[in-house]
Design a protein around this ligand. Sequence first.
Ligand SMILES: [Zn+2]
Length: 457
Amino acid sequence: MSDELLITNGTVVSWKPGAELIENGAVACAEGKIVEIGRAADLEARYPAAERLDARGQLIMPGNICAHTHFYGAFARGMAIPGPAPKDFPEILERLWWPLDQALDMEGVRTSALVCLIDAIKHGTTTLIDHHASPNALAGSLDTIADAVEEAGLRAVLCYEVTDRYGPESARASIEENVRFLKAAPSRANIAATFGLHASLTVSDETLAACVDAVKGLGTGFHVHVAEHEADEYDSLNKSGLRVVDRLSKAGILGERTIVAHAVHVDPREMDILRDSRTWVSHQPRSNMNNAVGAADIDGMLRLGIGLCLGNDGFSNNMWEDWKAAYLLHKVWHHDPRRANGMSIAQMAIHHNAALAGIFFPETPPGLLSAGSAADVILVAYHPTTPMTMGNLPWHILFGFEASMITATVCAGRVLMRDRQLLTLDEAAITARSRELARLTWGRYETVVGEVLRKAS
Ligand SMILES: [Zn+2]
């Protein structure tokens, strides 16, 4: 068959529970899926007509998965926030993210997505769960992003954040954008949809009810920020007398297809509700440190059996940076080097992220190398200087892996980067256009944030 790809002559890290490393191994792919894993010599004999991707002794690993990101944040790099530095996370939202999302036009939506997708291919992240906002380029924004993801050749789960920040008309339009895209996404091969909500603190009970009502019969879950800062809990208690997770549970938002991002300030009862409703939680340690919001109780959540995943919240799509941040953050936060064990990080970033992605792509589950799984594969030029087994692999990743070691990225059996050369996207052209558009976006941002600062003074 013409679309067969044989990734051969490397050490296969399948991450399948109980599986060992396969030295001199190979992975055979066809029709976007993995068909067989084994010894290179055996598979080369069995798939003589397949296109070859020679790993030359590198590691053959599943593509990384990001459980929570924001492509629209790409233009924030290097952007100055006028006025005094924001003193806490609510001020960061008011002075950075909310004015920036208002400043985006549709070409900005497309280009900021492409910038992040280039970054994802280079960093071997093949599945991205995005959470989008662009209130002045709203209708059709999810198609625009989906087109960019398809152009890149990656895999993504998209949603638009519903919020009351921009009035009832905008909230209604954002509900429609989610519903429309939930119906449209199944016609696209490597794109899935969920329903986005900003956060409890910017959504009224009426809007929550309208969202639940709008998706009846669609079988979707939601993707929502939860208790990222104490302000979300205070707001929820003021609004409803309930803590955030209780409020969302009562509204019908939680469940086994719902992702809550952060959960930094949830209490033990809220964790119980998340566990019992089989709601996924995503942890973004770089973002949490940057916003100084605190450290989620990741060891506690894992011990409770919560499906805790790893995301990057719009930081670079180098997921190993979030592995490292998670590994270090919880040690210093608790003054205890036993916190955030390497195996716990792998549990989140590999096994839970794969299980979450499998909800959205049940036909071709990404994240592990196994017959029937998505043919999402990366090559890593890591040649360990100490013994390496599946038992100590997390610590090799934490202390030895660098993003620069990723030399090839394959998604759905298609080679997107070979020998560090991008094959689907024109990086120079996208970079040049991004710089032009970012300058215009920053100009609009300054107008919006100027108004915010005037009101605050
Ligand atoms: Zn986020």
